[in-house]
Design a protein around this ligand. Structure first.
Ligand code: ADP
Ligand code: MG
Ligand code: MG
Length: 211
């Protein structure tokens, strides 16, 4: 089985930053259509700061690294997503407290802790047209993959696909939380930007684990 180290996770942060960075115009357009247009700039700023801390982050045990990432995201990312990602990483840090590295189950536990934190902080559930609609199906697929005894490599594929499909499904949803609720049509017909950037992160993490 794999062991995700602090250094591996810092490498993942770098790759996720690259993907987020190169999709700036696209993600900004998504948030302009249903929100206030700042989602990309918020999230990009957060990841930029994390990449600046690459050396420091990579030397930490994974649980300490999550805590540091959470604090940074909370401080640097503006908007709703800053608080949500900040809470998510702090919850993940608690869930894997004391762990130096993460195995397959450990990654699953940390993603599940993030999901629970985001749902509770945002008072939101699946189907509300938010980042949860990418993360929740990914966590579900991950847990099912483990309990069905699916190989780790295959789990990565399934989880990535679930995150991408989940983000895609937000197109057909009417927003119950977030700024898209201010739109007359509740954002129907548009992708939720937060779900799209969540799928970038989950997809990149799964790619990193596969390598
Ligand atoms: P803001 O909406 O404050 O400008 P961002 O643009 O950075 O913040 O982030 C918007 C994203 O945050 C949305 O696309 C959605 O995915 C997510 N979001 C907003 N409100 C909530 C909530 N209550 N629960 C979960 N996710 C939310
Ligand atoms: Mg916004
Ligand atoms: Mg905003």
């Amino acid at each position: 089985g794999f062991e995700l180290t602090g250094k591996d996770y810092a490498d993942y942060i770098k790759k996720a930053y690259e993907l987020i960075h190169e999709n700036g115009d696209y993600v900004t357009e998504l948030d302009l259509a249903t929100g206030d247009g700042d989602h990309w700039s918020n999230i990009n700023m957060g990841f930029e700061k994390l990449v600046e801390k690459y050396e420091e982050l990579g030397q930490l045990p994974i649980s300490e690294e999550f805590k540091e990432i959470g604090k940074t995201m909370m401080a640097v990312i503006g908007g709703s997503s800053g608080v949500l990602y900040g809470s998510a990483y702090l919850a993940a840090a608690k869930a894997v407290k004391g762990k130096e590295t993460l195995d397959c189950q450990g990654v699953c536990d940390s993603l599940e802790a993030m999901l629970e934190a985001i749902m509770s902080r945002g008072q939101a559930k699946e189907g509300f047209k938010t980042m949860i609609d990418s993360l929740a199906p990914a966590v579900m697929a991950y847990k099912k993959g483990i309990s069905d005894g699916v190989s780790e490599l295959e789990i990565c594929e399934i989880v990535k696909q679930a995150a991408v499909d989940g983000a895609e499904n937000t197109k057909n949803m009417e927003a119950v939380k977030g700024r898209a609720t201010y739109q007359a049509n509740k954002g129907l017909g548009h992708l939720d930007p937060g779900a799209v950037t969540m799928s970038y992160q989950i997809g990149t993490l799964m790619n990193c684990i596969k390598e």
